[in-house]
Design a protein around this ligand. Structure first.
Ligand SMILES: *Cc1c(COP(=O)(O)O)cnc(C)c1O
Length: 428
């Protein structure tokens, strides 16, 4: 579709593989990796092919600072319709008054929430990273922990569940502007009504960050924060299976503050391909099939947890209610990092992770974190989770046995061949 005779750098024909074989070979290799490995990083997934198409479309080329009907550039005939569809679909999917779909990702969405309601130095309260909270909930190295007076609650020592006594105590003592709930490594249901009660008592705005679980919430596999949290932030690419992006949902009262904060407060032009992808993901998430998918994610996580428990593994909180399992490898005497590396060699990809009250350092912690969204997107079920759990146990019990790891990698490849990954093209 470009003018023949022009060099690619001047706008001429520019097929990826011929213009940049180095990069495109790497993309082909990544496609293969995503096909032939078991991807158990709980924040990852396979976006649907339709979402991938939207992200790689001409929408990339359009600038649209502002909001539908109030843009700072002309030529928004189609973009306004796309963004409005994304917003309306999310409003109906989650049952909220308003949705902002412009945040570039989950972290900017949270920054948008801070900027809407807080001045530098204001008290804010969130879950500490070592307990499973996210960097953006006030952890020291993050802007959220350095520009605000960030207080952090954690989990109880005895059962690793959220310490609501500590939440209430810190809230009463410091009267935070924002109370963040939601986590990145917490395998249990978040009790939104309980958080709402505390927020109400101290006059804080409750923010539910459902980055990991938005797909579970949409599919009814985790209780919804709507009606309890005045503001809800999320990524769109984790269990929701949309494009790499972010969103903020809120009631009518906060609509203006949120919109103003995201643009012009924090960002310039929205990523319109992403917006279209969010609209597609929201449409799919409203189907009965997605409900079944969301419940299957949780069933799979339970099956995986049971297999690991049966093999003598220690799980944080003793199991899971959601899509992820946090495993403390202290009894196995294998550091999380060593386990994660051996597992990767065996074709099973996850991340090393701190466990609550970890005695090891964050860069070399005691645990591994695994999740089932991506495997569930390939159509795997409890029978496959049993095999996966047994492989994980075999690897952790023999981290230095390379021959065994390579043999497992072969078995993993053959399982993966039976469950093609959505949105991942494979050369025949
Ligand atoms: C993943 C995550 C984020 C951040 O999302 P990015 O897209 O990586 O910026 C924010 N909050 C929670 C709870 C998350 O799990």
């Amino acid at each position: 579709m470009s003018k023949p005779g022009l060099h690619p750098a001047q706008g001429g024909p520019a097929d990826g593989a011929s213009v940049d074989p180095e990069i495109f070979q790497l993309i082909r290799a990544e496609e293969r990796r995503q096909h032939e490995k078991l991807r158990l990083i709980p924040s990852e997934n396979y976006a649907t092919q339709a979402v991938m198409q939207a992200c790689g479309s001409v929408l990339n080329n359009k600038y649209s600072e502002g909001y539908a009907g109030k843009r700072y550039y002309e030529g928004q005939q189609e973009i306004d319709k796309i963004e409005t569809l994304a917003i309306e679909r999310l409003k109906s999917l989650f049952g909220v008054d308003h949705a902002n779909v412009q945040p570039y990702s989950g972290s900017p969405a949270n920054l948008g929430v801070y900027f809407a309601f807080c001045k530098p130095g204001d008290p804010v309260l969130g879950m500490g990273l070592p307990s499973g909270g996210h960097l953006t909930h006030g952890w020291k190295v993050s802007i959220s922990g350095s520009y605000f007076n960030a207080l952090q609650y954690g989990v109880r020592k005895e059962d690793h569940r959220i310490d609501f006594d500590e939440v209430a105590r810190l809230a009463r003592e410091h009267r935070p502007k924002l109370l963040f709930c939601g986590a990145t490594a917490y395998p249990r249901v978040i009790d939104f009504p309980k958080f709402a009660e505390i927020a109400k008592e101290v006059g804080a705005i409750l923010v539910a960050d459902i980055a990991h679980i938005s797909g579970l919430v949409a599919g009814g596999a985790h209780p919804s924060p709507v009606g309890f949290a005045e503001v809800i932030s999320s990524t769109t690419h984790k269990t929701l299976r949309g494009p790499r992006g972010g969103m903020i949902l809120c009631n009518r009262e906060h609509q203006k503050a949120i919109d103003k904060s995201v643009f012009p407060g924090l960002q310039g032009g929205p990523h319109n391909g992403t917006t279209a992808g969010i609209a597609i993901a929201a449409k799919l998430a409203a189907t009965d099939e997605f409900k079944a998918y969301a419940h299957a994610i949780v069933d799979n996580a339970r099956a995986l947890a049971e297999t690991l428990l049966g093999r003598g593994f220690s799980l944080v909180t003793g199991g899971t209610d959601n899509h992820l399992v946090l495993c403390d490898l202290t009894p196995q005497k294998v550091p999380g990092k060593v386990a994660a590396r051996a597992l990767d060699r065996a074709g099973i990809v996850m991340n090393y992770n701190s466990v609550p009250f970890d005695t090891r350092k964050p860069f070399d912690p005691s645990g591994i974190r695994l999740g089932t969204p991506a495997l569930t997107s390939r159509g795997m079920g409890p029978a496959e989770m049993k095999r996966v759990g047994d492989w994980i146990a075999d690897v952790v019990e023999h981290v230095e046995d390379d021959a065994r790891l390579d043999r497992i990698a072969g078995e993993v490849r053959s399982l993966c061949d039976d469950f093609p990954a959505p949105g991942v093209p494979l050369e025949s």
